[in-house]
Design a protein around this ligand. Structure first.
Ligand code: NIG
Length: 406
């Protein structure tokens, strides 16, 4: 194990994925130095400077830690029965969320802490170094505030998802007033973004507009769950309200694809198209058209959507392999989407972003001098093995902010 303060030279890197335009995103026969929690130097092994400690990796691939930009890790309970019913042919419906809401409200703080601790540790073992997580299984002011506090203790970015579903004990109009009023006021200081499930059976266009509008008034970033269960206004609203990302995207018109691509025109910040391959498989929904999005010029992220209903996995490697094997992405596109793409979706790809405690952080999702030293070593010579050897746990070592955690 190594700490953050001493300088550490990693050499014997057969392939270093940097996501840095300056070196074409990749250096072969490479070395890397980290110091003080940041990357200090990246380049060809023959030019490597001396460091306090040297670790020879023996011809293994190094890449940024995964940036999982969409998870729901604050929950209790189990939905195995719903999964089994779905595999037997019953369609997914948003109503399953209420099962988790009931279990989450009934859980102790210790149970919620233990569950997210286990999931974050599992994700870390799989190479994930940055995690966004959402509230959304509390759906009362007190339960959403509790979820946001738990999320702040474990995640790198916290999103308020009071607009997940209308709880069974509430009427839709009254609940919308609560979510966009007192609940938002209470959770806003604990979160950096607001999300809404814009879908038939959850929140319609008018309700979603109100959620996005009030989020903007509170100075919070916007995200949306959209176009998951059918065609709808999600993408259009996400682009209109300058959301950081719109996630799911199984049902896209040409207009939706164009809107996502055009949102980046002229060098301005746009809306990231986040695809969730494990969720598409588990819900038996169409796989999001990642190839079409990339070809149109959209910025694509891949995330796990770890949650107990539709995607109970923390494995970003599984999502990357699925994106390559089933969604027409190249390995390098998928790796970029699961690292830098996720970082752009969270707004953490540039220096100075603030973690949930307000502490400014160096850029993540990229391995260049000055960026946060968040990286993983694969037990493989190249990232191609992530898809070539699917489901094999290839992550061998993980550093987060220069501290070796695995
Ligand atoms: O991203 N789509 C809405 N939210 C989750 C599902 C959560 C659940 O079913 O518990 C999702 O898939």
């Amino acid at each position: 194990m190594t700490g953050a303060q001493e300088s550490v030279l990693l050499d014997g890197i057969s392939e270093l994925t940097t996501n840095d335009e300056a070196n074409g995103g990749r250096v072969t026969d490479a070395a890397l130095v980290m110091e003080g929690g940041r990357i200090a130097w990246v380049g060809a092994a023959g030019n490597a400077p001396a460091a306090d400690q040297r670790i020879a990796l023996g011809d293994r691939a190094v890449l940024p830690g995964w940036v999982d930009s969409h998870t729901h890790m604050v929950f209790a309970g189990d939905r195995t029965a719903e999964f089994e019913a779905r595999m037997a042919g019953r369609p997914y419906s948003a109503g399953g969320i209420n099962v988790t809401v009931e279990a989450t409200r009934a859980a102790s703080d210790e149970d919620l802490e233990a569950n997210i601790t286990r999931l974050v540790a599992e994700a870390r073992r799989g190479g994930t170094t940055t995690i966004e997580t959402k509230t959304g299984y509390g759906l009362t002011v007190a339960d959403e505030v509790r979820a946001a506090h738990v999320a702040r203790r474990h995640a790198d970015a916290v999103t308020f998802l009071g607009a997940h579903v209308v709880p069974e004990d509430q009427d839709p109009a009254g609940y919308l007033e609560l979510v966009t009023g007192p609940m938002l006021d209470a959770v806003a200081p604990l979160a950096s973004a607001v999300d809404a499930f814009c879908e038939t059976g959850a929140f319609d266009e008018a309700a979603t507009r109100l959620v996005l509008e009030t989020a903007r008034e509170h100075g919070l970033a916007r995200r949306l769950h959209g176009n998951q269960l059918g065609h709808g206004p999600g993408v259009r609203l996400a682009v209109e309200y300058e959301a950081l990302s719109v996630d799911h995207l199984g049902f896209l018109t040409e207009h939706d694809v164009d809107a996502l691509a055009s949102s980046w025109a002229g060098g301005t910040r746009g809306t990231v198209a986040t695809v969730l391959p494990a969720c598409d498989l588990s819900t038996k929904m169409p796989l999001a058209p990642a190839r079409r999005l990339l070809d149109a010029g959209a910025v694509v992220a891949i995330a796990s959507n770890c949650n107990p209903g539709t995607s109970f996995t923390t494995s970003m490697a599984f999502c990357v392999a699925t994106a390559v094997l089933q969604m027409g992405m190249s390995v390098r596109e998928a790796v970029r989407a699961a690292t830098l793409g996720g970082a752009i979706a969270l707004g953490v790809h540039t220096d100075g972003w603030r973690d949930p405690h307000g502490v400014p952080q160096p850029a993540v999702g990229v391995l260049r001098a000055g960026a946060r030293a968040d990286l993983q070593v694969l037990d493989a010579p190249s990232v191609t093995h992530l898809a070539y050897r699917p489901a094999v746990p290839l992550t061998r070592a993980v550093w987060k902010a220069g501290v070796q955690e695995i």
